[in-house]
Design a binder for this molecule. Structure first.
Ligand SMILES: [Zn+2]
Length: 493
């Protein structure tokens, strides 16, 4: 008898020519529904068959990659771990290879000392189902994962019985002994999900106290971490408890709703479009499609970027709220340092005193405006030339007046309400702009942070905020009275 390798090579040639002929003749796109269904079922069976063979071959890699380093199979093939070797050889991804190695560990068998025969595998009955070609990697792991998670609290005897019952079920036997309504028709084989459900039911029975209440596990697993700067940004990771995530989500929603993506045109919007937001020039029929694109272009932030900006607004608002424990006698204040020359030139970097991380100078500019952030300027010798003091930060009364006047972020189309906004010095404080209501307007964190990158221009015309926008918003480039949707017009007495 030829070896399995030689025989499978012959099968590969057959399979190659069958597939090539079918693709060349464009046969698959023309299959009937019935044949297409049969093709998928058939290839699924072949795949599970092959996975069974792969699992047993992976057992070899596993077993022969222990012991002395130089004698390991992994070492011979230049890999460090069995999963790496399996991944390289099978052309699978890390996850696929890791699952193969895990499956191999469940069905591997030791050799008996006395007679050299194989001893039963940890899941011998499921192994036999695998050998019969019915069970692939997914089924094997689905059936065993719940048992393995409680392995230390389930006796060998119970595990062997569970293995037997799961194997029967995997072959198509009804777990309740119900022969089914039509005994002539073969029962459809259970899917991996079905095996997983049965295994979980068994574990709940075998290990009733062991399954730790989910809440305790969640409490223990809660964490939040701020990583190290990488490519100018800092990764955060964590597991939030549901109520914490819920609270954060609510705060973010309050900032992100209504989800208006566009800026309203300066002209009066037609009533039927008023709720939708967006650009409201009267388009010709040909332009209709293009306008939809403009709507999308108005706020190009991804949902993730919007959530980031909402988080920034929440933090800035919290830091400026005066409700937090004081550090060093003052409210928690983020100190941003930069050189005066860089700030004047508008390029270069500042640094965050607390962490030393670099921030672009635009962030240092923004810091000059916001409460909760203090800006320190150095000259080229490292001498302090300016410390952001309360004189440059709008006081409560000024802020309240500006909030009443603007209602929210004044960039057209933005829906962030006043509570979450920062007061922006229209004329930079550093170049003589006064900290006066006639020089301050409300901007949300995002528009404040990116103002220098956009074509929005802001001015105060005799105390009234006006904006000039990009060409897609107003091709005529006129100044327009800035109106936040949250602004309440004074009721005439
Ligand atoms: Zn805004």
């Amino acid at each position: 008898m030829n070896s399995i390798v030689a025989r499978l090579r012959g099968l590969e040639e057959t399979l190659d020519s069958v597939a090539r002929d079918a693709f060349d003749a464009e046969e698959i796109p023309r299959l009937s529904d019935q044949d297409a269904a049969e093709l998928l079922a058939l290839t699924g069976r072949i795949q599970r068959r092959l996975e069974g063979v792969q699992i047993d071959a992976t057992v070899l890699v596993r077993d022969r990659s222990e012991g002395l380093r130089d004698e390991r199979m992994t070492t011979k093939f230049g890999c460090s771990r069995p999963a790496d070797l399996v991944r390289t050889l099978t052309g699978s991804d890390t996850r696929g290879a890791t699952r193969l190695v895990k499956a191999a560990g469940l069905v591997r068998r030791d050799l008996g000392f006395s007679d050299g025969a194989f001893l039963p595998a940890r899941y011998q009955a499921l192994r036999e189902v695998m050998v019969s070609g019915v069970l692939g990697v997914a089924g094997l792991l689905a059936a065993t994962d719940p048992l393995e998670q409680s392995a230390r609290r389930i006796s060998d005897e119970d595990r062997i019985e569970a293995d037997r019952q799961l194997a029967d079920f995997a072959r198509g036997a009804d777990p309740d002994g119900d022969p089914g309504c039509d005994e002539a028709a073969p029962r459809p084989l259970p899917l991996p999900e079905d095996l997983s459900v049965l295994a979980k039911v068994m574990v709940a029975y075998l290990d009733p106290d062991g399954a730790e209440p989910a809440e305790e596990a969640a409490l223990r697993g809660r964490y939040f971490s701020i990583g190290k700067v990488r490519d100018g940004a800092i990764p955060v990771r964590g597991n939030l408890l549901p109520e914490v995530a819920g609270q954060l989500g609510l705060l973010m929603d309050s900032l992100l709703n209504p989800r208006v993506n566009g800026a309203e045109a300066p002209e009066e919007a037609p009533a039927d479009k008023a709720e939708r937001g967006g650009v409201h020039f009267e388009p010709s029929a040909e332009e209709e499609a293009g306008v939809e694109e403009d709507l999308a272009a108005a706020d190009t932030r991804t949902p993730g970027q919007k959530r980031h900006d909402a988080l920034a607004a929440i933090l800035t608002t919290a830091a400026g709220s005066d409700l937090f424990p004081h550090l060093g006698g003052a409210a928690p204040t983020l100190v941003v340092a930069a050189t005066a020359a860089d700030l004047a030139a508008g390029h270069g970097w500042g640094s965050v005193a607390h962490t030393g991380d670099l921030v672009p100078i635009s962030a240092a500019l923004q810091a000059g405006c916001a409460g909760g952030i203090q800006r320190i300027l150095f000259d080229e010798n490292g001498c302090i030339v300016s410390i952001g003091t309360s004189s440059r930060i709008f006081n409560v009364l000024q802020r309240r007046a500006i909030m009443a006047r603007d209602g929210g972020c004044i960039i057209p189309g933005c829906t962030i309400p006043a509570t979450w906004c920062e007061v922006h010095h229209v004329q930079e404080h550093a170049v003589g702009g006064p900290t006066h209501t006639d020089n301050g307007v409300l901007l949300c964190w995002f528009h404040h942070r990116t103002l220098h990158l956009t074509e929005w221009v802001i001015r105060l015309n005799r105390g009234v905020p006006e904006v000039r926008g990009p060409a897609w918003w107003d091709p005529h480039q006129h100044w327009h009275r800035a109106r936040s949707p949250h602004r309440r017009e004074p009721v005439p007495g």
